[in-house]
Design a protein around this ligand. Structure first.
Ligand code: BV8
Length: 226
């Protein structure tokens, strides 16, 4: 392989680092109603609940360490002669902690905060409150810098361009339930890319991939990279 490799990751790649997934048996969406904590309407109804939800996930994420799957992707980027473009749906910073550099957080990141008034983004404190004043416009309108349902994911144009030139598209640790990420395999297939799913078990879109390998990410990802 020498051409562009586009990688999409989801919560499953961070599961073995101790961070909860969303739709697995004990997933986050079994404990919280996503309409309450992952939509703008939920935030408008009860901002304190949402800030508490993301403060708790930020604390977990800060205490977590990258696992062998994160490390394998960082090693791939360091050793591969072509481009490795890592698009993550995850809001944790474990890819960067493992050494990956070319990372796009399409659903935002716990590491940054967003001003609901002026759109300014800045590095988040460990614990954030809606009353925290925006460093730029001073409004007490702080929110998590994450993309909620009904909001536009970050970097869609850059992602589509990368998929258009991809030679290989690898989807890791995602259920394929959330769009537009779940459609990337179709875009990559249209480009003629080789498509690979590495997941604990078959995702909703498994049949759309040319190659599938199932098992824990810490086993299947290093093996695929090697
Ligand atoms: C948008 C916030 C327009 C951050 C999240 C009807 C039909 C189709 C689509 C829609 C529809 N109605 C509405 C929509 C659109 C909607 C959507 O897709 N809804 C779904 C539920 C039907 N999407 C949106 O609203 C998006 N915005 O569409 O805007 C637009 C689009 C394009 C261009 C312009 C405008 C916004 C979506 C983002 C929502 N925000 N979270 C946060 O809190 O984290 S979603 C949430 O789900 C997370 O971001 C997460 O990343 C994402 C996907 O979940 P996964 O990562 O896949 O996690 P999950 O638990 O589901 O699966 C884990 C997988 O790992 C499993 O397969 C499991 O087997 C595997 N696994 C577990 N352990 C391991 C493992 N694999 C390997 N090893 C292990 N050890």
């Amino acid at each position: 392989m020498t051409g562009t490799i586009v990688i999409l990751t989801g919560a499953g790649i961070s599961a073995e680092s101790g961070l909860g997934t969303f739709r697995d048996v004990d997933g986050l969406w079994t404990k919280y109603d996503l309409n309450d904590v992952a939509t703008p309407e939920g935030f408008a109804r009860n901002p304190e609940l949402v800030m508490e939800f993301y403060n708790a996930r930020r604390a977990n994420a800060l205490a977590a360490t990258p696992n062998a799957a994160h490390d394998a992707l960082a090693k791939l980027e360091a050793n591969y002669s072509g481009e490795v473009f890592l698009v993550t749906q995850n809001v944790d910073g474990l890819h960067e902690a493992a050494g990956s550099r070319n990372v796009l957080h399409m659903h935002g990141a716990l590491a940054s905060a967003l001003c609901g008034a002026c759109g300014h983004r800045w590095p988040a404190n460990d614990i954030m409150a809606t009353s925290d004043p925006c460093p730029r416009c001073k409004a007490p309108a702080t929110r998590p810098d994450v993309v909620w349902f009904g909001e536009v994911p970050y970097g869609m144009h850059v992602i589509s361009e990368a998929l258009a030139r991809a030679e290989t598209f690898v989807s890791i640790g995602t259920s394929g339930e959330v769009y537009p990420a779940a459609n990337f395999v179709a875009e990559a297939t249209q480009t003629g890319a080789h498509t690979v799913e590495l997941n604990l078990d078959p995702s909703a879109g498994a049949s759309r991939f040319a190659e599938t390998r199932f098992g824990p990410a810490t086993e299947v990802v290093p093996r695929w990279v090697d």
